[in-house]
Design a protein around this ligand. Structure first.
Ligand code: ADP
Ligand code: GN1
Ligand code: MG
Length: 364
């Protein structure tokens, strides 16, 4: 589908002439474009995104969350050198709204383009793992004192693992695409671990771990790494910033920043948790978040790596059985391949969990 990005550009608070637009990034949900504009002789880039409003049902409230979060972060870094690269900055529409709706009913938003930084789909070294964890840890800490109403839940029960499992169970029952027969080992894998799925939810219900403001999608490629300093300068992809448990963030970092393979790698022998990456994540995260975590939250950090990896694997499997209606795919068995890497990584984490917990004790 082609969109009139030139027209969208002229409805935003962007002064200059549209030059070009190209699809950008490797996200599974939104459509992202890098848009280039000539602003009185200087070439300036922007990020435009078509927000997936099939998945995010209330874009107004979603953008209200992002506006509040970016303004809060913006106040904390105001005056710092490079502050406009340290938090996302929304480019509003000319009517003052933080998004716009085009003639076909598509929802669009724009951000300043963060230059001289990249996102990575696969972790390169322990320095990146450390910086990634620091960036997300700092993000949680900086949002801890945000005032105002509870953030809107852009996707209810997003990390409610037992509900994710129930959804898988109904997909198995319906077997819409007749694929259940292909994935019995994967189904067995999940069912063996059913008891794990409710652990964090139960600890939260018992009052042992609190709700906080969390990012909830802390993929490695949702943090911009500065080209020169190597620091995690800006946390991006704020669609799911909402109330959550810190484990959702730490767990997804373990999922996406410890394996040397892509999320959709077909050769499973390449998928495993590298302990040194985990160590770098834990050190970096505790440096920024260690001050506010309670002892139970801290204790469950290693386990969260296993749980969130299992949870996302469950979601990929569910989507495969449902006919690939949620995550973008670019080949027929894409979601199944993604599911298999997740489960392989879960196994690898399981064999190292004792050592992970021991490291946590040592860092006390
Ligand atoms: P999705 O929800 O689809 O994952 P993201 O918001 O993560 O979308 O954006 C996709 C990719 O676009 C990111 O991984 C990053 O590489 C790039 N990107 C997003 N926002 C910016 C920005 N403000 N500046 C530069 N690059 C960006
Ligand atoms: C999606 O948007 P993106 O690609 O950063 C998904 C995450 C999954 C991830 C798996 C809103 O993240 O929850 O963990 O894919 N986002 C949403 O790669 O469902
Ligand atoms: Mg993303």
């Amino acid at each position: 589908m082609m969109y009139d990005l030139n027209k969208i550009c002229s409805s935003l608070v962007i002064y200059g002439d549209f030059i070009s637009a190209e699809p950008y990034g490797s996200g599974h949900i939104n459509d992202t474009y890098k848009v280039t504009v000539n602003q009185s002789g200087t070439v300036v880039n922007y990020i435009f995104q078509r927000i997936n409003n099939r998945i995010f049902k209330n874009v107004e409230m979603l953008m209200d969350n992002i506006r509040r979060v970016t303004e809060h972060l913006g106040r904390k870094i105001a005056g710092k050198e490079d502050s406009s690269r340290m938090a996302l900055e929304i480019v509003p529409a000319r009517n003052g709204q933080p998004f716009l709706i085009d003639d076909d009913g598509n929802y669009w938003r724009a951000y300043l383009f963060i230059e001289k930084a990249q996102t990575y789909d696969v972790i390169k070294n322990t320095g990146q793992a450390y910086e990634t964890a620091r960036a997300f840890g700092r993000f949680q800490r900086e949002l801890a004192d945000m005032s105002g109403a509870r953030l809107f839940e852009t996707i209810p029960d997003f990390h409610h693992t037992p509900k994710r499992l129930e959804t898988l169970e109904s997909a198995i029952k319906s077997d819409l695409k007749g694929r259940v027969k292909e994935v019995q080992p994967e189904i067995d894998f999940v069912m063996k671990r059913k008891a794990d799925t409710a652990r964090l939810i139960e600890l939260n219900a018992a009052g042992a771990i609190p709700e906080r403001i969390t990012h909830n999608d802390t993929k490695l490629n949702n943090v911009m790494i500065d080209d020169v300093s190597g620091q995690g300068i800006c946390v991006i992809d704020l669609d799911t910033v909402m109330p959550g448990l810190v484990h959702y963030d730490f767990g997804d970092m373990v999922r996406t920043s410890t394996s040397p393979a892509l999320e959709d790698e077909k050769d499973l022998s390449k998928v495993f948790m590298q302990f040194d990456m985990f160590e770098a994540l834990l050190r970096g995260y505790l440096e920024e978040a260690g001050t506010f975590l309670n002892p139970v939250e801290r204790e469950y950090l290693p386990f969260s790596g296993k749980l969130i990896t299992l949870e996302i694997g469950i979601r990929f499997l569910t989507d495969y059985l449902s006919g690939d209606v949620y995550f973008k795919i670019s080949r027929p068995e894409h979601n199944l391949d993604r599911c298999r890497t997740q489960f392989k990584l879960v196994e690898s984490i399981e064999t190292q969990l004792d050592r992970m917990n021991k490291l946590l004790d040592e860092l006390r």
